[in-house]
Design a protein around this ligand. Sequence first.
Ligand code: DGL
Length: 272
Amino acid sequence: MTWKSIGIFDSGVGGLTVLREIMHSLPQEDTLYFGDTARVPYGTKSPETVTRYACEIASFLMKRDIKLLVVACNTASAVALPALKRMLTIPVVGVIEPGARRATLVTRSGKIGVIGTAGTIRSSAYTREIKRLKPATEVLTRACPLFVPLAEEGWIDNQVARLTAETYLHELKDSDVDTLVLGCTHYPLLKPLIADVMGVDVALVDSAEETARTVAAILSDKGLLRPSTEKGNHNYFVTDIPASFIRVGNRFLGGKLGDVFQVSLDEKTGIV
Ligand code: DGL
């Protein structure tokens, strides 16, 4: 029997934090990861542009016969999920709903903070989802765009990173949220620093872990899980030259990155 792969995409390397959790909880699964490194960042782009990119990537991965698509990018999940769900017949999992659900389960005070890219925060996708799940919750949000380049650069606990985190987070800290959603794929890399700045009373919710749990539950429900005796293979596609994806990706995955293939973006035919 041939088993299909799980397709995962992000604007770049950040979604590898989601892949890492999927590899950890479902080591038997094959994965195809797509990083749109030629067009990163998505966080500063319009919803229309991000939706177009997301649909092109979904078509590319569908041609490789995936069984489930993980939108491992908060910005794309925030703006492109409805279009992707309309377009595809396979399950599509975004990172917003799993992270929001976890936050509503973790909070005791009902006061939740959410941090993400400008695009994610502007979309209010987390606020809507948290309030849908638990209407009485108070949600405070803050865009932290500089966290993305800091994580890419590996500056995750130096003075620049600490000052940036303190500047971004002081209002949330002063407003006494008891739960903070890391609403961007890159932020789990800064988790120890963010935890330190927010203090021990604030629980950090990592969308990556929750998303992996959701993927496992859907595949199990649908009878699509590979037997646990199998060992998964992992392939990577990027739209820019692979060198920096490999360098940063190895840091994200702890030095476990496999073969990386470059694909080209064509105005007329999409990604080939
Ligand atoms: N992957 C994006 C996200 O999670 C962060 C990087 C970007 O702006 O493209 O929102």
